[in-house]
Design a protein around this ligand. Structure first.
Ligand SMILES: *Cc1c(COP(=O)(O)O)cnc(C)c1O
Length: 373
């Protein structure tokens, strides 16, 4: 029993991340209470300024969650009833949920089985006269092929909304330089959910944009579309970022690149040592931030049973392809429509990858995965 406990590894250890910065985090939260600026205010503005630099964008707008960032991006671009948005079926539900919520229709395109990201060679076949945008998802911390996506969007006059919820700080070689996630398309959407690489102590999100007119509109939509209180140019919502969350994020952002580096070091250890499953593939020209470290095996149930026995944290992202979700039955998709997405949903498994993993814990994960056969 004692050895089993010693070897147990959680999927994520937020305590280990919090411990070294505890004093500064608590001081930042106290600041908010002392200021009584509980809605918007200087902490949100400060974070937005920091994110403009970090993401290399012109505008950053703090919002209530990653999900709301996606909804706001679509609303800001005027996408709604009768419009189609092309996206991937292998992602967190919010991606397609946001498209549906603004009244538009998600149109799915299958994934590349090596990266689990939208297969850009299949996008053009999905374009119709109703298509308004492409919404690529930078899954597991690696960016979709933005060079190809931007070329397709340009040729067909489509907007590009980057779902960068899992990819803050990921970069890709684009037009000769390394460009961060959220800085290439018309809009970038980020999440500060606690398990993302940059997480707050509740819900939070951010929209990035290059165009000033679009950024202003999204800023208005964040507060019921009102420039002047009680006078409404648009029907928006309450999509504001909580200043307590902004304060925590501003404290944590300077540590983010070290966190990425720690995850990448751990990924290298796994890549070199895991022998019984397919490891993630970082495509040439990408800097992947490993929001998840996702392996692939056709004996997943057996591997899970083995990991449970050894108390090794794990999770399935994602067990059911979005085109097969009950709530999207009306879209008329069938099993077999997106074979790679369906196959992945039965074969993927994510392992602990957080930066604070100790060498001993890494060994325990590697041993557990390799001893299963
Ligand atoms: C987490 C996530 C979201 C939603 O973010 P929330 O802050 O949880 O609303 C959207 N898309 C993807 C790909 C995500 O991983």
């Amino acid at each position: 029993m004692a050895t089993e406990q010693k070897n147990s590894v959680p999927l994520l250890d937020l305590q280990a991340q919090y411990e070294p910065i505890k004093d500064v985090v608590l001081a930042a939260i106290t600041d908010v209470f002392e200021s009584k600026q509980f809605i918007q205010g200087p902490k949100v503005l400060e974070l937005e300024r920091m994110m403009v630099d970090y993401c290399q964008v012109n505008h950053a707008i703090g919002v209530s969650s990653g999900t709301d960032a996606l909804v706001l991006a679509l609303m800001g671009l005027g996408i709604g009833s009768g419009d189609e948005v092309i996206t991937t079926p292998f992602t967190f539900f919010a991606t397609a949920g946001a498209i549906h919520r603004v009244g538009a229709t998600p149109v799915f395109v299958d994934i590349d089985p090596n990266t689990y990201i939208i297969d850009v060679t299949k996008i053009e076949d999905a374009i119709s006269p109703h298509t308004k945008a492409i919404m690529p998802v930078h899954l597991f911390g690696q960016m979709a092929d933005m060079t190809t996506i931007m070329a397709i969007a340009k040729a067909h006059q489509l907007y590009v909304i980057e779902d960068a919820a899992q990819a803050i700080g990921a970069t890709q070689h684009y037009e000769g330089v390394a460009r961060p996630a959220g800085s290439i398309g018309d809009v970038g959407c980020f999440s500060f959910f606690p398990s993302k690489n940059l997480g707050c102590c509740g819900d939070g999100g951010l929209v990035t944009a290059q165009d000033a007119v679009l950024a202003d509109k999204i800023r208005l939509l964040r507060t019921h579309g009102a420039q002047q209180k009680y006078y409404h140019d648009y029907v928006g919502g309450n999509f504001r970022l909580d200043p307590i969350q902004a304060a925590v994020l501003a404290v944590k952002l300077p540590y983010l690149n070290d966190q990425h580096e720690g995850r990448r070091r751990n990924a290298q250890v796994y890549n070199a040592r895991i022998q019984t499953a397919q490891c993630p593939i970082e495509k040439h020209g990408n800097y992947m931030i490993y929001n998840q470290y996702t392996i692939r095996t056709d004996r997943r149930d057996d591997l899970i049973a083995h990991l449970i026995q050894r108390d090794i944290g794990h999770a399935i992202y994602y067990p059911l392809s979005l085109h097969l979700q009950k709530c999207f039955a009306h879209l008329g998709y069938q099993p077999g429509d997106f074979p790679e997405s369906e196959r992945a949903s039965h074969a993927v498994l994510s392992l602990p990858i957080y930066a604070e993993l100790t060498p001993h814990q890494l060994d325990a994960v590697v041993d557990a995965v390799n001893s299963f056969v």
